[in-house]
Design a protein around this ligand. Structure first.
Ligand code: AMP
Ligand code: ZN
Length: 116
């Protein structure tokens, strides 16, 4: 459930003091330490999964929950009208650097497509 060497497990356990923008029984939301947009949050499940590729059928409700939390946080941040983006990097080749599943929530500036 919790991996001793995992950065996000340690944040969730309180070993690394970090403000939670929002939390519930299944997820926490933190500000990204290296923001790529004026608003850049990370929606992180409390349960450790290495990546989206690790998710199975039993995780389907959790995955939906993470996206709903992202939308709620985006609305609370006033991004509904200007738009926002949710991103899940999966694997080092796609830019994943922390191997505990998380959803990036980005907004507050124009976001071009396709992403890099
Ligand atoms: P990814 O590269 O998709 O795995 O995303 C990991 C994200 O975690 C990056 O955007 C980092 O800036 C962010 N990050 C790394 N360490 C911390 C930390 N201690 N607190 C908040 N965000 C962090
Ligand atoms: Zn973890």
């Amino acid at each position: 459930m919790s991996e001793p060497d995992c950065l996000f497990c340690r944040i969730i356990n309180g070993e690394i003091p970090t403000d939670f923008v929002r939390e519930d029984d299944r997820s926490v939301v933190i500000s990204d330490i290296n923001p790529q947009a004026p608003t850049h949050f990370l929606v992180i499940p409390r349960a450790h999964l290495d990546s989206l590729d690790d998710a199975s059928q039993k995780d389907e409700a959790l995955l939906g929950h993470l996206l709903r939390v992202a939308a709620q946080v985006a609305n609370a941040a006033g991004l509904a009208e200007s738009g926002y983006r949710t991103v899940i990097n999966t694997g080092a080749g796609a830019g994943q650097s922390v191997f505990h599943l998380h959803v990036h929530l980005l907004g507050g500036r124009p976001l071009s497509w396709p992403p890099g």
